[in-house]
Design a binder for this molecule. Structure first.
Ligand code: 13P
Length: 256
């Protein structure tokens, strides 16, 4: 079976509860009836409950932006898998902003993935290289290592449940993007080939890959038509009904 396209919005640290609900209600209307593609939005923790209620029974899923791996305990400020599962289905793990500003490593990413899977959540795992690494020609090695770290001790059956988001750090929030051809090449050589070496080709081919980094309505189609790219993780352009809807519609039109 082919990989179902999947576009998700990462709202990052934006929107009060009321603003988040307004956006969710708008998307519920504008994206109604789309079944060819999986859709999700990831609001801040404070808005998760209200947004989940606003999107209940719709075709737009909801995800958290982060999660700790323990079920409960003295971990001030953290959300547990049980708490996330109470409210939504998806969870973003290992976003480059979390790695850069909040000390996340391949090891903590791996622990979080395992906890998410153990609780039946669908993780969206982010990987991607910095500008320096890109310029030094280290992208394939670095991203490959991130993949090996993220998937350590994860079975093939569980691996298939992950969505990976390849987000070159230098393309996030900058208006710059990798070219679709370059993103496709990195996903093939640094991600899917590494997964094939870990799990075999069939499992590697089953895992969905999103591109992330300055995805906008005008460039979505060029990414989604690439053979390795199954969708997008959208930051800034997911914060408005019009732009996120245009991204989804442009992707749908471009699909075969
Ligand atoms: P932008 O779309 O704002 O570049 O953000 C991408 C991103 O980090 C999504 O997780």
């Amino acid at each position: 079976m082919g990989r179902k396209p999947f576009i998700a919005g990462n709202w990052k640290m934006h929107k009060t509860v009321a603003e988040a609900v307004e956006l969710a209600q708008g998307l519920r209307r504008s994206l109604a009836g789309i079944t060819e593609m999986e859709l999700a939005v990831c609001p801040t923790a404070t808005a998760l409950h209200a947004v989940s209620e606003a999107l209940k029974g719709s075709n737009v899923g909801v995800g958290a932006q982060n999660m700790y791996w323990e079920e409960q305990g003295a971990f001030t400020g953290e959300l547990s898998p049980l708490m996330v599962k109470d409210l939504c289905r998806y969870v973003i793990i290992g976003h480059s902003e979390r790695r850069a500003y909040f000390g996340e490593t391949d090891e903590t990413v791996n622990r979080k993935i395992k906890a998410a899977l153990a609780h039946g959540l669908s993780p969206i795992v982010c990987i991607g290289e910095s500008l320096e690494q890109n310029r030094a020609g280290e992208t394939v090695d670095f991203v490959g290592e991130q993949i090996r770290g993220a998937f350590a001790d994860i079975s093939a059956e569980d691996a298939r449940k992950l969505t990976l988001a390849y987000e070159p750090i230098w393309a996030i929030g900058t208006g710059l993007t990798a070219t679709p051809e370059e993103a496709d090449r990195i996903i093939r050589t640094a991600i899917r080939d590494v997964l094939a070496s870990l799990y075999g080709a069939a499992t590697a081919e089953a895992i969905r890959m999103q591109y992330g980094g300055s995805v906008k309505p005008h460039n979505m189609a060029a990414f989604i038509v690439m053979p390795e790219i199954d969708g997008a993780l959208v930051g800034g352009a997911s914060l408005k009904v019009d732009s996120f809807t245009a991204i989804v519609r442009n992707a749908l039109e471009a699909l075969p």
